[in-house]
Write a protein that binds this ligand. Structure first.
Ligand code: PMV
Length: 356
């Protein structure tokens, strides 16, 4: 006879806030199931976050149902479908999902039209919520490291880069020679003593070159890496860049850090352009801003470097100590190349937070 399940808690609420992250060494290309072709490194943002709250009821005789889903206060069919699919995929590992009735609300601090990928923040917040539900429903409590590792692992299954959003500070995802703790299945935070104080307060100005959603999804881009003529060389390059950027982080070398950051951004977009079919995600304004950033750096020696996600918007990375000069530069020189002069002042943040 099957032992009757003893749920510790049948109804409840959980909530997590989790940030978007910006990669400096880019994850590009993957194997099933969401395992990276190369290691990557990113940091979590402070202002660009998603807050997810789940009210749950575990029922003995009802099948899983998403009874309500709201995105920024409104119903959103497409995203609800994605979340439903993700939760069902986790139900073998978390049997309570099979009979759960869930009401989910999701709010993001950044407008969809800002062109910032919200999936990393959303899937990490969702994964953290599932881990909290697991603790409440099954009456167990794991230590923080185990809890976060499991959340990172689950977040990865929703969106690869989401696994890095579970941690603050500099975060590595993907096996590599230099750090035995780094893994393909979950992210790993670089210990604080490996990061020089000059990298403790990093700013990220997000310059909106074009807010339209991208024409080629990340998933399609990752898939094109399988037959990419530069695939094997890209893996070598990413490993090498990870070794060198972690050296720069340790020693406080902003010049080396910036050189690798820009090299990674341009390599990512070169890989897109040289895929088959090739495609371009940069906007003419992206190029104008890159040119101006390089000129500004040459003229002022201010360590401000650009990176790009799989899209046209620039992330301008610089130390907090340079904020005044960089903000004036953005207002005078870069804002005219932003859609409606729009840019977002963000920074490295404290990572996810549980919501009361
Ligand atoms: O997590 P995905 O599948 O959306 O891929 C994200 C890929 C990049 O943002 C381009 C790079 C990265 O490492 O975040």
């Amino acid at each position: 006879m099957e032992k009757e399940k003893k749920w510790q808690q049948r109804t409840g609420e959980v909530g997590w806030q989790s940030p978007a992250n910006i990669a400096l060494v880019k994850y590009w290309g993957k194997y099933p199931v969401q395992l990276p072709m190369n290691p990557s490194l990113s940091f979590a943002l402070k202002e660009s976050v998603v807050r997810i709250r789940i009210a749950y009821e575990i029922s003995k005789n009802k099948a899983f149902q998403l009874t309500g889903f709201q995105l920024n206060g409104e119903a959103h069919q497409a995203f609800a479908g994605k979340i439903e699919h993700y939760l069902i995929s986790l139900s073998e590992a978390f049997p309570f999902i099979k009979t759960a009735q869930l009401q989910i609300s999701s709010e993001s601090t950044f407008p969809h039209s800002a062109g910032i990928a919200s999936s990393a923040a959303a899937f990490s917040a969702l994964a953290l919520c599932i881990c909290s539900m697991d603790e409440q429903i099954n009456g167990r409590a794991s230590d923080t490291a185990t809890f976060l590792r499991q959340a990172s692992n689950l977040a990865r299954l929703g969106s690869g880069s989401a696994c890095r959003s579970v941690y603050p500070g500099m975060v590595i995802w993907g096996k590599c020679e230099d750090f035995g703790e780094a893994s393909d299945t979950h992210a790993w935070p670089l210990p604080a003593d490996q990061v020089h104080p000059s990298f403790h307060d990093i700013r990220d100005a997000i310059l909106i070159a074009d807010s339209q959603s991208k024409k080629v999804s990340s998933s399609a881009g990752h898939a094109l890496m399988h037959k990419h003529p530069y695939r094997d060389q890209r893996k070598v390059q990413a490993h090498d860049n990870l070794t060198r950027i972690t050296e720069a982080l340790r020693s406080g070398d902003w010049t080396l850090f910036g050189e690798i950051t820009e090299n990674e951004a341009m390599s990512l977009h070169s890989l897109m352009m040289s895929s088959n079919p090739g495609y371009i995600l940069m906007h003419p304004n992206t190029l104008m801003m890159i040119k101006k950033i390089r000129n500004f750096r040459e003229e002022t020696q201010v360590p401000a470097y650009f990176t790009l996600d799989a899209g046209p918007n620039i992330h301008l990375i610089y130390p907090a100590a340079e904020q005044k000069q960089v903000t004036a530069f953005i207002a005078d020189e870069l804002a005219p190349h932003c859609e409606n002069r729009r840019w977002i002042a963000d920074a490295a943040g404290p990572g996810p937070q549980e919501l009361s």
